[in-house]
Design a protein around this ligand. Structure first.
Ligand code: SAJ
Length: 411
């Protein structure tokens, strides 16, 4: 099969390489020429476990390009962010990808949309664009990605998949194609249900994180340690409370529930959960202000720019919201994240990042932060706020730090 994968980001590139490693000839297409050039030079544009090995194995079957070519199969894996300033899906990248496929598609070829979209997008937007220049039959399916950054390849291979086919023939053809690398079960439904299922999954997680965040605020008010309370509650066979934190980042959970709210007038808990999770960065700044109330124009250091631990992905990261709110309160904010290569203002060493700081705020749960030796740090004032409860607080207290943990009320 000749497969053209449009969009070479966190989902498109691993998908393209998995197809290339399953004896297909793959053309990866991206409008970003930097990504295309990087790949054609034999380098990866981002890090992800096992991706390099897959890339090296795929070499003869994979090429990157800026333009779509006629192929047996087209996979659309482009981003679907929110429109600037509005809580609505920005489908421009999906529309552009569909337009470029429409120019080259021939009868009997298959188009698969992997990008997460509001229910009805396949029927109302993508398929009409593809049909614009051609009245002949083509196959179509929505096959939403379900892999989690940090474990993308493992999950792409092992997780179950959903295929929403335009018709039975399209669904079967898509299932056959994905069976070349998917070891999980593949479930078949229609396009709109598949779109809805994907959004339900991410909304379920967002709401459960909002619940954990609300519990953490309640625990602080009531003088309880939420982390210990959650650990005990989770001993119940049907309870699995998630972890509180500084807010929800990434381009999925912080965005996808709004695609449901956009299409349905019935959204209540979905919208409320978004509000709760979005309020957490402001709450973290409130904790900083309480801790530093006697210091005028303090300097603080945020540990972590990535939206979650052990990845280099900064999309929708709570760190940026914390930084912005803290600066609007007159604080100077310094940044340190060893996973992020060239981010403006990101310090190269923790020692530079904490020099002259009044408070260290752990935002991202990178494993490497557990190895920090507080005694080796030269700070102005010894204050620590741990929003993920991952540090060894005894060691920090022994080094003279005043420690505050999100979700732990004063007993
Ligand atoms: N988070 C918490 N507490 C938790 C778990 C997560 O605060 O207990 C935060 C994280 O720190 C992060 C955010 O939530 O800021 C999202 O992280 P995540 O690891 O929960 O999820 P994503 O956004 O990286 O990936 C999600 C996954 N969806 C589900 O688990 C239902 C993944 O399977 C999807 O493929 C991905 O969205 C996507 O692309 O849609």
């Amino acid at each position: 099969m000749k497969i053209c994968v449009v969009g070479l980001g966190y989902i498109g590139l691993p998908t393209a390489l998995l197809f290339a490693n399953s004896q297909n000839i793959v053309l990866g297409v991206d409008t970003n020429t930097r990504i295309v050039d990087t790949l054609n030079k034999g380098e990866l544009p981002f890090d992800e476990p096992s991706l390099l090995e897959l890339f090296q194995n795929a070499k003869n079957n994979f090429t990157a390009s800026s333009s779509v070519e006629s192929s047996d199969v087209y996979v659309i894996a482009v981003p679907t962010p929110l429109e600037n300033g509005m809580k609505l899906a920005d489908l421009n990248a999906v529309k552009n990808a569909s337009e470029s496929i429409a120019k080259v598609i021939k009868e009997g070829q298959l188009v698969i949309l992997e990008s997460t979209v509001p229910p009805g997008t396949s029927e109302n937007i993508v398929i009409p664009i593809l049909r614009k220049n051609m009245n002949k039959y083509f196959y179509y399916a929505h096959c939403p990605e379900r892999a989690i950054p940090g474990k993308t390849l493992h999950e792409m291979v092992c997780n179950d998949r959903i295929i929403g086919g335009l018709d039975v023939k399209s669904a079967k053809k898509t299932k056959q194609l994905y069976s070349s690398f998917v070891k999980g079960n593949i479930y078949i439904t229609n396009t709109k249900t598949a779109e809805f299922v994907k959004l339900m999954e991410n909304t379920f997680r967002d709401i459960n994180i909002a619940l954990a965040n609300e519990f953490s605020l309640m625990a602080e008010e009531l003088g309880i340690d939420v982390w210990k309370a959650i650990e005990i509650a989770n001993k119940h066979p049907r309870v699995d409370i998630l972890k509180p934190g500084p807010g929800v980042g990434g381009h999925c959970l912080a965005v996808d529930p709004l695609f449901l709210a956009e299409k349905s007038s019935r959204s209540r808990i979905v919208t409320l959960a978004r509000e709760i999770n979005d309020s957490m960065p402001g709450y973290v700044v409130k904790l900083v202000k309480d801790m530093l109330k006697d210091i005028e124009h303090p300097t603080i250091t945020l540990l972590g720019l990535a939206y979650k631990g052990n990845v280099d992905d900064t999309r929708e990261s709570p760190s940026f919201k914390i930084k912005k709110i803290a600066e609007s309160e007159g604080m100077t904010v310094k940044l340190y994240d060893p996973f992020i290569r060239d981010f403006p203002g990101n310090h190269q060493t923790i020692h530079d990042a904490v020099k002259d700081t009044d408070c260290i705020v752990l935002v991202t749960d990178h494993e490497v932060f557990k190895d920090i030796e507080p005694k080796s740090l030269q700070v102005r004032n010894k204050n620590l706020i741990d929003t993920r409860n991952i540090l060894n607080h005894h060691v920090w207290r022994d080094a003279g730090y005043h420690v505050k943990i999100l979700g732990v009320g004063l007993i």
